[in-house]
Design a protein around this ligand. Structure first.
Ligand code: VG1
Ligand code: CO
Length: 544
C-alpha cells in the first residue's frame, strides 16, 4: 500500500531537552504535534528504513495512542519490524536492553520520567540509538533541525494493533512483534547478580524490605524479579500496578515524593531496606533502617564494592559522574587507580565512554545509577546491586555507608530545587552569576576561599563533541562546591537547581545532620545568586 502523505507545518519548541522532548499532554494532543516529531526522527535517521525499531513507554496517559501513531508511521516510512512491549510497556532500561540484545537500529521511548501523568500531566518522547542509549547531541540536533522545516509526514491507513496480545502481526509490509516487556531484562539481571545469595537473604526471615513502584512502570519488573524469582514475600512490591496517572502521585523516588516508604524505614520497627523507582524505571532511591543513601554516595559505595557482584567480579575500568554529582566517586576512583570522568547532566553524555570501554559504572545525583550492561540509568539494577551487597556483607545499609565514609571521608551533599520559577527571571539569575565568574576566584565567600569558578564546558574525550554552558560551578577550598543550573526536563516555567557539597575527612565528624552542615553553603548560594530578590522564593520547593 502507498503511504499517505499528510501536509503539516513546523511547531515551535520541539528541541529535545536533557532527556527527550517533554511537554504537557495538552501540547502533544494538538493535531500533528507528535507526528511531526516522529517524522523528524525518521527523516534524520536513515538506518531505520529497512531496519528494526523498539517501541515502548512508561504506561502513562497517551502512551497507547501515541504507540499506534508511531506504528502506522513506522510502516509508512519503510521500517521492516517493530518490537513493542506488551501493553505498550517498556521501562527505559528494558528498552535499552532490548535494543542492544536484538541489535536493532534504535528505539522510541515514550516517557516524561518522574513528571506527573494524566490528561493534565506531562508526556515525553525520545529516540535511542543502536547502542541502546539516548541520542547524543548531534542526533538530537538533527532531529530538532528537521522539526523546524517539516512540511509533511507519512502514515498508512491501518487499524490499531492489539498491544495486549503477544506475537506477530503486520501493518502492510512491516512486522509488529508484541514482546514480553520483562523477560529479557530479568534474564540480564540474573546474569549480573548473585540471585542465590539474595534468595537466601530473603529466606533468612531476618530481612524486611519494600520496593515502591509508585504506580509506574517498574511494578511488573519488580514483582517478577523480587517476588517470583528471588522469593521475596508477596507484597514486597508496593504500588506495583502501573497506572496512567501514577495514582495521582508524582513518580519521583525521593524523600519528598516517596514519603510513605521513607516512613516505613524509620523507628523501632523500621524496615531493613527500602527502595523505589520512578515513572520510567531508570531512577532509584536506596534506604536502610533510619538511613537515606544519597545517590552520589550510592555510586561511590557500589564502585568500591563492585567486585562483590558476579557481573563486576573482575573490577571496574573507570567511573563517570555528572558534574553536579558529589565527588565521592572520585575518591574511590583515585584509590582504585582508575579514571573518573565529569560529564554534563544527562545520561546521553555517558554513552561514548561506555561504548569505548573507558568506564564501567556511572551515575548522577538525581537518583540515577548504571553500568555498561545497558546504556540508560537503571533503577532495579541499582536495587539488585544493593541487595547483592547486603547479602554478601551481611551488614545493615547504614553500617556499610558509614564504613565507606570512615575510609574515604564524607561528601555531605544536598540539592535545593526552586520549581516553576518565572523563566526570564531564572535566565537573568544565571546571567548574573556568569557576570560574577571572572572575579570570584580571588574572593572569599563566608569562611571559604574560592578556588575556581566557571560555566562548565565539556569536550567528549571519544568524539571531541563540545557542550557549553552546562552549569555554574564554584569550587571552594577543602573540596566544597556550589553548582547552579536550570533544569532541562521541566514543562512549566523554569526550575533552578542548586547543588551543594561539603567534604569532611575527619572520621569523628561524619555523622552530622546534612542540612545543618550545609547551612553556611546554602546561605552563600542564596546570597550570591540573589535567589529571593530574583525569584521571590524564600525557600526551595524540594530538598533532596
Ligand atoms: C534531570 C536530572 C538529570 C537526569 C534527567 C533525566 O534533568 O537532573 O540528572 O538525567 O532529569 O532523568 P534536569 O535537566 O531536569 O536537571 V529522567 O529519570 O527524568 O529520564
Ligand atoms: Co526516569
Amino acid at each position: 500500500m502507498e503511504p499517505k502523505v499528510v501536509a503539516t507545518q513546523p511547531f515551535e519548541g520541539q528541541r529535545p531537552g536533557t532527556s527527550g522532548l517533554r511537554k504537557k499532554v495538552k501540547v502533544f494532543h494538538q493535531p500533528h504535534y507528535l507526528a511531526n516529531f516522529v517524522q523528524s526522527i525518521f527523516d534524520s535517521q536513515e538506518d531505520l528504513k529497512g531496519g528494526v525499531l523498539v517501541v515502548g513507554g512508561d504506561g502513562r496517559f497517551y502512551n497507547r495512542e501515541a504507540i499506534q501513531v508511531i506504528l502506522r508511521m513506522a510502516a509508512a516510512n519503510g521500517v521492516s519490524k517493530v518490537l513493542v512491549g506488551r501493553g505498550g510497556i517498556l521501562s527505559t532500561p528494558a528498552a535499552s536492553c532490548i535494543i542492544r540484545k536484538y541489535k536493532t537500529q534504535g528505539g522510541i521511548i515514550l516517557s516524561a520520567s518522574h513528571n506527573p501523568g494524566g490528561p493534565n500531566g506531562d508526556f515525553g518522547i525520545k529516540f535511542n540509538v543502536a547502542a541502546g542509549g539516548p541520542a547524543p547531541e548531534n542526533v538530537t540536533s538533527a532531529i530538532y533541525e528537521r522539526t523546524t522545516k517539516i512540511d509533511r509526514y507519512l502514515t498508512v491507513d491501518a487499524p490499531d494493533v492489539d498491544l495486549d496480545r503477544l506475537g506477530s502481526m503486520q501493518i502492510d509490509a512491516m512486522v509488529v512483534e508484541v514482546i514480553d516487556p520483562v523477560a529479557d531484562y530479568a534474564q540480564l539481571m540474573e546474569s549480573l547478580f548473585d540471585f542465590n545469595a539474595i534468595h537466601q537473604l530473603f529466606n533468612s526471615g531476618m530481612f524486611r524490605m519494600r520496593f515502591d513502584a509508585m504506580h509506574a512502570v517498574t511494578g511488573p519488573y519488580a514483582v517478577e524479579i523480587l517476588e517470583n524469582r528471588l522469593g521475596a514475600e508477596p507484597g514486597t512490591v508496593m504500588n506495583g500496578e502501573p497506572k496512567e496517572d501514577f495514582g495521582g502521585g508524582h513518580p519521583d523516588p525521593n524523600l519528598v515524593h516517596a514519603e510513605a516508604l521513607v516512613a516505613m524505614t524509620r523507628g523501632m520497627d523500621g524496615l531493613d531496606f527500602g527502595a523505589a523507582s520512578d515513572g520510567d524505571g531508570d531512577r532509584n532511591m536506596i534506604l536502610g533502617k533510619d538511613f537515606f543513601v544519597t545517590p552520589s554516595d550510592s555510586l561511590a559505595v557500589l564502585a568500591a564494592n563492585a567486585h562483590h557482584a558476579p557481573g563486576y567480579k573482575d573490577g571496574i575500568v573507570g567511573i563517570a559522574r555528572s558534574m553536579p554529582t558529589s565527588q565521592a566517586a572520585d575518591r574511590v576512583a583515585e584509590e582504585l587507580g582508575i579514571e573518573c570522568y565529569e560529564t554534563p547532566t544527562g545520561w546521553k553524555f555517558f554513552g561514548n565512554l561506555l561504548d569505548a570501554g573507558r568506564i564501567t559504572l556511572c551515575g548522577e545525583e538525581s537518583f540515577g545509577t548504571g553500568s555498561d550492561h545497558v546504556r540508560e540509568k537503571d533503577g532495579l539494577w541499582a536495587v539488585l546491586f544493593w541487595l547483592n551487597l547486603l547479602a554478601v556483607r551481611q551488614q545493615p545499609v547504614g553500617d556499610i555507608v558509614r564504613e565507606h565514609w570512615r575510609r574515604f571521608g564524607r561528601n555531605y551533599y544536598t540539592r535545593h530545587d526552586y520549581e516553576g520559577v518565572d523563566a526570564p527571571a531564572a535566565e537573568q539569575l544565571m546571567g548574573h552569576l556568569r557576570i560574577l565568574l571572572p572575579d570570584l576566584p580571588r574572593k572569599r565567600l563566608g569562611e571559604y576561599q574560592v578556588r575556581y569558578a566557571d560555566d562548565f564546558a565539556y569536550t567528549d574525550p571519544v568524539d571531541g563533541g563540545r557542550a557549553d554552558k552546562q552549569g555554574i560551578r564554584i569550587g571552594l577550598e577543602g573540596g566544597s562546591r556550589i553548582v547552579f543550573r536550570l533544569s532541562g526536563t521541566g514543562t512549566e516555567g523554569a526550575t533552578l537547581r542548586v547543588y551543594l557539597e561539603s567534604y569532611e575527612s575527619d572520621p569523628h565528624k561524619i555523622d552530622r545532620e546534612t542540612q545543618e552542615v550545609m547551612r553556611p553553603l546554602v546561605l552563600i548560594a542564596r546570597e550570591l545568586a540573589q535567589i529571593e530578590a530574583r525569584t521571590g522564593r524564600l525557600e526551595p520547593d524540594v530538598i533532596t
